[in-house]
Design a protein around this ligand. Structure first.
Ligand code: SOE
Length: 390
């Protein structure tokens, strides 16, 4: 069985998700296209790096990502650092001949994203795979939705309504992390979570060609947690703590026009009390509708126009063995998959692509396109008018 050595850069929340995925891959997908081996983990905080080595079962740790990128034994680099270092690390890794799985958004600026897409294109010529971790498009229910769309079961797409609502930053006393600083994150809810639903909308309905938006920051400063890690709202600080400026958006809402002629809307915020990982997509077509909500990720709601009048309505399909990846996850519908299995499906697609040499989505070029939509959203919020996606 072929083995591929993994170097993980950034051992926080997303680093853990990549480890769960690589470790579970051969447990679900067997025979695996190749077996990932956890070789080296890197974090700039030595205590986190050394802890991650023991906890996740890596062979060694480092605090210098270049050691991973320059290590001839490493085949794969997982980039799970804050957005502002994605470009430098990914480009160096691709040029060193490593396959790269980079967390989303691809970068904190579309200029960097462009360079990354170019580096991925060059690397592709040498059989190197680069992928951005927009995992939600791989939820089996959404892959089923795409199947319905592609086979014409809901007709021509008229409208895509998507939201991504969370609550973890709604409390003003939850600390400032890199996610609230433009120089690190690039954008707030727009870059962090709207990008997921931009990716899904484009996956289902094709390219977005223009947008008109409204982007807001409600909480303009937050307390600073000295030496703190990104706590995603789980830590609250005293109101007397030193505060620093938030210079990214809390909320982005926009109307979109697709190149196909379909229309739609996207809303994202991390300040919606009561909403946790409320990623929804509703697609209306000339012959039916589809509704998905990540908080019920094992379900897809569908309505077909040719059902008789007296029984037409949304019905729930529970994804399981009859659906994508269902035969390898759990074999009874209703046993359900979660975030860990979803990241495992993503890592399977990545490793499979490395072995087959076929580029998987979301490619760096597609992720760069997502960034261009985000840029148009920011531009429109300033110009207060429709803006084309460049
Ligand atoms: C925080 O909003 C976050 O961790 C995002 O960064 C992820 O992309 C999303 O999947 C879950 O929430």
């Amino acid at each position: 069985m072929k083995k591929l050595n993994v170097g993980l850069i950034g051992a926080g929340f997303m680093g853990k998700a990549h480890v769960v995925a690589y470790s579970n891959l051969p447990k679900f997908f067997w025979p695996a296209p190749a077996v990932p081996v956890l070789k080296t983990v890197c974090d700039i905080e030595e205590s986190i790096a050394s802890d991650a080595k023991d906890r996740f079962g890596f062979e060694k740790y480092t605090t210098d990502w270049k050691e991973i990128v320059n290590d001839p034994d490493i085949d794969i680099v997982s980039v799970c650092t804050p957005n502002d270092s994605h470009a430098e690390i990914s480009i160096a890794a691709l040029r060193a001949g490593k396959h790269v799985l980079c967390e989303k958004p691809i970068s904190n600026s579309s200029a960097d994203a462009k360079e990354m897409a170019e580096a991925a294109e060059e690397a592709k010529e040498n059989g190197i795979i680069a992928m951005v971790a927009y995992q939600y498009r791989r939820v089996p229910a959404l892959v089923q939705a795409k199947k319905f769309i592609d086979e014409g079961s809901i007709g021509e797409i008229l409208n895509v309504r998507a939201t991504y609502l969370q609550s973890w930053s709604a409390d003003p006393s939850s600390p400032l992390s890199w996610r609230f600083q433009k120089k690190h994150a690039g954008a707030g809810a727009l870059g962090d979570i709207a990008t997921h639903v931009i990716d899904i909308s484009q996956y289902l309905a094709g390219d977005i060609s223009e947008v008109v938006s409204s982007v807001k920051t409600y909480i303009k400063e937050r307390p600073v947690q000295e030496g703190g890690v990104d706590s995603l709202g789980t830590i609250k600080l005293d109101e007397n703590a030193k505060k620093e400026k938030v210079d990214v958006d809390d909320e982005a809402s926009f109307l979109v026009n697709f190149a196909s002629g379909a229309v739609g809307s996207i809303e994202a915020t991390r300040n919606a009390w009561g909403r946790n990982n409320f990623l929804t997509v509703e697609v209306h077509g000339t012959k039916g509708s589809i509704l998905f909500n990540y908080e019920r990720l094992n379900e897809l709601e569908v309505c077909f126009s040719d059902d008789p009048d007296d029984r037409r309505g949304f019905k729930t399909i529970y994804t399981g063995p009859a659906h994508f990846y269902g035969e390898v996850t759990w074999n009874i519908p209703g046993m359900n998959i979660g975030y860990g299995e979803l990241k495992t499906i993503e890592s399977y697609e990545f490793i499979k692509a490395i072995v087959s040499g076929e580029q998987p989505s979301t490619s760096f070029a597609e992720a760069y396109k997502v960034d261009k939509v985000s840029d148009a959203v920011m531009k429109s919020s300033e110009s207060r008018s429709w803006e084309k996606v460049e």
